[in-house]
Design a protein around this ligand. Structure first.
Ligand code: PLP
Length: 406
C-alpha cells in the first residue's frame, strides 16, 4: 500500500502544474471529470506506439497481446468491484451508455402496468433512458422525492415499492448535492418485491470502496473518466442471471455466435453486450487508472477528502449571502452553493478568471434544481489531489467575486 502524501501525489498528475490566465490552476471540477496520472497517459501512448491491433479476432501476435491486455483489465475491474465472475463486467462508453444498455433491455421486457422506480435526485442519464423505456413499453415511471437537506425522503419508503415494481434505478451519490444514499436499504426493498435494482456509481468509486457481492446489487455502473481513467470508457457490472435475462443492446461484430440470413444467435457474456470494436486503448488504460488508485488506502483518501470538505464548508459559511445546497448527513467532497442576487454563471466566470475551475449550472439534475427553486448552483468538487491551500485560494477568489458582484 502506498503512503498518501498530497504533495507527492500532485506530481503524478501533470495537468495540475499548469496555469490558467497566468494563475496557478485550482481544479475543483472533479465531479465532471478527474485528471489523469502520468501512468495512464503513458499507457495509452504505449498501446498506440507498440501494441495497436484489433482484439478478439486475430491469430497474429499483436492481436493476441491486445486481447490479453483487454481481458486482464476486465479481471482487474472484477477484483476492484469484487464481482463473482469476470463475464459480469461489460465494457461500455461510460455511465450513460451502461444505463442505456440496461434500460433498452427493459423497454423490451416491461409491459403496461409495470412500474419503474427512480428518484428525484438522479442525473439526467438515469432519468431519460427510463422515461424512454416507459414510453416504448407502456410502463409507468415513479420516483422517490427529496427532502430539504438534499437527501432522499424515505419517510414513506414502503409506499414506493409494490408487486408491479420491476426495476429500480438510484444513484449511489448525487453529483449535484454530494449526498450518499442508503442504497443497502433500497436494494433490500427492491428485492423484497422481486424487482431488479441498478445503482449509478458515477460519483462513488472515486470516494469509497464498493463491493457488489456484499451489496447484492443487480447492476452497478460507472465511468472511467471520473475515476482517473480515459474518457469513452465505462463499466456495466451485472449479476450473471440479470444479464442473461436482458436482451442485447446493439447488434454487430463480436456479439454474435452465428449469423445466417435467416437469423442470428448471440454470443455468451460478456461479448453479447459488446458489439463492434471497443475503445481498446482506453479499456487497457482503465486498468492502469484503477491499479494506480487502488495502490492507496482508499479510506485514508476518503478521510482526507472529508477534511477538505469540512474545511471548505466552514470557510464558506463565514461569507455573507451564500446558501449551501445539499446538507445531507452523509456526503462526499462536493460543495454546491448559490449566491444571493447573483447568477451562478457570473460567479463561475469571475472564479475562472482567477484560475479556479468550478462547474456552474444544473449539473444534469434539473429536477433537483426545481426542488430547491433555483436554476443552477456553483459546484466545487474535490479529489484527493486537492489541498487546503487551494481552498484558501478559492475562498479569496470568491470574496473578490462577491465584492465585484456588489
Ligand atoms: C457524470 C454522471 C453521469 C454520466 O456519466 P457519463 O460519463 O457522462 O456517461 C451519470 N450519473 C452521475 C451521478 C454522474 O455524476
Amino acid at each position: 500500500m502506498r503512503k498518501f502524501d498530497v504533495n507527492t501525489v500532485r506530481k503524478d498528475f501533470p495537468l495540475l502544474a499548469r496555469q490558467v490566465y497566468g494563475k496557478p490552476l485550482v481544479y475543483f471540477d472533479n465531479g465532471a471529470t478527474a485528471q489523469k496520472p502520468q501512468v495512464v497517459i503513458d499507457r495509452i501512448n504505449q498501446f498506440y506506439k507498440e501494441e495497436n491491433a484489433n482484439i478478439h479476432r486475430g491469430v497474429h501476435h499483436l492481436s493476441q497481446v491486445g486481447t490479453d491486455l483487454y481481458e486482464e483489465s476486465r479481471k482487474t475491474i472484477q477484483g476492484f468491484l469484487n464481482a463473482k465472475f469476470s463475464e459480469e463486467i461489460i465494457f461500455t462508453k461510460g455511465t450513460t451508455d451502461s444505463i442505456n444498455l440496461v434500460a433498452f433491455g427493459y423497454s423490451k421486457m416491461l409491459k403496461p402496468g409495470d412500474e419503474v422506480l427512480i428518484t428525484e435526485m438522479e442525473h439526467h442519464s438515469n432519468i431519460v433512458p427510463w422515461q424512454m423505456a416507459c414510453e416504448y413499453s407502456g410502463a409507468t415511471c415513479k420516483y422517490i422525492p427529496l427532502n430539504e437537506k438534499g437527501e432522499l425522503d424515505l419517510s414513506q419508503i414502503d409506499s414506493h415499492f409494490n408487486s408491479n415494481t420491476k426495476v429500480v434505478a438510484v444513484t449511489h451519490v448525487s453529483n449535484s448535492l454530494g449526498t450518499i444514499n442508503p442504497i443497502e436499504k433500497l436494494i433490500e426493498k427492491a428485492h423484497k418485491v422481486g424487482a431488479r435494482i441498478l445503482i449509478d456509481g458515477a460519483q462513488s468509486l472515486q470516494h469509497f470502496k464498493v463491493d457488489v457481492q456484499a451489496l447484492d446489487v443487480d447492476f452497478y455502473v460507472f465511468s472511467g473518466h471520473k475515476l482517473f481513467g480515459p474518457t469513452g470508457t465505462g463499466i456495466l457490472y451485472g449479476k450473471k442471471e440479470a444479464l442473461d435475462q436482458l436482451p442485447p443492446y446493439q447488434g454487430g461484430g463480436d456479439m454474435i455466435k452465428e449469423v445466417k440470413m435467416s437469423g442470428t444467435t448471440y454470443n455468451e457474456l460478456p461479448h453479447k453486450f459488446e458489439a463492434g470494436t471497443p475503445n481498446i486503448a482506453g479499456g487497457i488504460a482503465l486498468k492502469t487508472a484503477i491499479d494506480y488508485f487502488d495502490s492507496f488506502d482508499i479510506q485514508e483518501l476518503q478521510k482526507y477528502e472529508q477534511e477538505l470538505l469540512e474545511y471548505a464548508e466552514s470557510e464558506i459559511k463565514k461569507l455573507e449571502g451564500i446558501r449551501i445546497i445539499g446538507e445531507a448527513d452523509e456526503k462526499v467532497s462536493v460543495l454546491s452553493f448559490v449566491v444571493d442576487g447573483a447568477h451562478h454563471f457570473d460567479v463561475g466566470t469571475l472564479l475562472d478568471k482567477q484560475g479556479i475551475a468550478v462547474r456552474t449550472g444544473h449539473h444534469c439534475t434539473q429536477p433537483v434544481m426545481d426542488y430547491f427553486g433555483i436554476n443552477g448552483t456553483v459546484r466545487a468538487s474535490f479529489a484527493f489531489y486537492n489541498t487546503k491551500e487551494e481552498i484558501d485560494q478559492f475562498i479569496q477568489a470568491l470574496k473578490r467575486a462577491l465584492t465585484m458582484l456588489g
